[in-house]
Design a binder for this molecule. Structure first.
Ligand code: ATP
Ligand code: MG
Length: 394
């Protein structure tokens, strides 16, 4: 008996004439993520990708990996049968009953995309329901609240049968690589990995920059950021992390600028350096984990002053309208939360003013900023930047 993984995708369907370009990119990403050696064949037809796993392949691991591939909305492991009602009701029913052990109630949902098949969907559901009832006792049909839903899909070449317990939701979004590249400012906090994931989900390839200030920030803090980056890479595939030494810059700001403006001048310097690193590496935008009003440097006034340094590329702030608990929900879902809350310091927090300004004006900040040579410090940070290739954890 043959089993395949059915992969269904979402928005790609709306891409009109470009659709097959997106489908081919998605197939390339799938092969990269699950490993070519684990695939016997892949084909696409009628908005479904059919993956036939190699005999040695662990299909549960394959399903788990596929659940992190952007562009996929649904994945199922299905038995493949001849498009013949007798076969479906015998071999198909035997197959699906194996995964229904212990179930008390079920329903069957049939779908017939081949309209030439001689039975319509309600007829297939009814017949398959009967075949399953004759195999498992006690079991009852419950169309409103079934424990298990069995699906029978009559498609172009064959019939596919599976229980919904052998299926899962995909990560959604668009295939990685379909929307250019952007650079995430990645701290060790909760927010920026979520921001990275949200923009990557829209098909954007990532680069990341991290600012660190030894000895004020420790080696462990840097490792934590690398660990977070690896978790994001489980969704995006490998990416570059640029590590920017920022100690001297922060000391220059601390020693020369008014205390209540320290954070904003530092954030402006970070954005300038990140923009230059992004441009050098063909990124088309910066991404941050800022959320309106979350901290003093994220008031509408402060964000305006920070953003003013941007000269060439846009800044995306996908969390701008989200509450912390909404951000945490996503952080848990993508499994970055537990790492993010490890208690290591971030360079943003080591020189925090006691009373940071919340309603800065550009004029005042410029007056403070002019006490140091921004251009010199930004260039130095970019020149001394280091590089790490981030590979996914598994
Ligand atoms: P996060 O939880 O992502 O650290 P935050 O709420 O702590 O965010 P800030 O510390 O003000 O907020 O930082 C705002 C954004 O600036 C972060 O989301 C991140 O994009 C960027 N950022 C902060 N610190 C760093 C850093 N050390 N390296 C790179 N980017 C940083
Ligand atoms: Mg932070």
């Amino acid at each position: 008996m043959k089993e395949v993984i059915l992969v269904k995708y979402g928005e790609i369907i709306l891409k009109g004439l470009n659709r097959s370009k997106f489908e081919d990119l998605l197939i390339r990403n799938i092969k990269k993520v699950v490993g070519r050696e684990n695939i016997l064949s892949v084909r696409k037809a009628q908005a479904v990708i059919y993956i036939e796993p190699a005999p040695c392949c662990d299909t549960d691991t394959m399903m788990e990996k596929l659940s992190k591939v952007f562009g996929i909305v649904f994945i199922a492991k299905a038995g493949v049968f001849a498009k013949d009602m007798d076969t479906i009701l015998t071999d198909g029913a035997d197959y699906v009953c194996e995964s229904m052990y212990g179930a008390k109630s079920f329903k069957v949902e049939a779908k017939r995309s081949d309209k030439k098949f001689p039975f319509n969907s309600p007829e297939i559901s009814r017949e398959m329901g009967g075949a399953i009832l004759s195999r498992i006792h006690p079991l009852k049909v419950d169309v409103l609240n079934p424990e298990v839903t069995v699906r029978v899909e009559i498609r172009d070449n064959e019939a596919y049968v599976y229980a919904d317990s052998a299926s899962s939701k995909g990560a959604g979004g668009m295939p990685t690589g379909s929307s250019g590249k952007a650079t995430i400012l990645l701290s060790g906090g909760i927010d920026s990995p979520v921001a990275a994931w949200m923009i990557a989900k829209r098909g954007v390839e990532l680069d990341a920059v991290h600012f660190f200030s030894p000895p004020y920030t420790s080696e462990r803090a840097k490792e934590k950021v690398i660990e977070l980056a690896k978790k994001v890479a489980e969704y995006t595939g490998r990416f570059n992390l640029y590590i920017v030494p920022f100690t001297e810059q922060q000391l220059a700001i601390r020693d020369n600028c008014p205390e209540d403006h320290l954070t904003l001048i530092m954030r402006r310097m970070m954005m300038m350096a990140a923009e230059r690193i992004a441009l050098k590496n063909n990124s088309l935008a910066l991404i941050t984990g800022e959320s309106l009003g979350q901290v003093a440097s994220q008031t509408i006034h402060a964000l305006g002053v920070t953003n003013e340094v941007m000269t060439t590329i846009p800044v995306f702030r996908p969390l701008i309208g989200m509450d912390k608990d909404e951000i945490v929900t996503i952080a848990r879902k993508i499994d970055t939360f537990e790492t993010s809350i490890l208690p290591y310091e971030d360079c943003c927090t080591v020189f925090t003013p006691r009373h940071p300004t919340t309603k800065p004006t550009l004029e005042k900040i410029m007056e403070s900023q002019n006490k140091i040579d921004m251009e010199y410090w930004v260039n130095k940070a970019v020149e001394e930047t280091d590089w790490v290739l981030i590979e996914p954890n598994s």
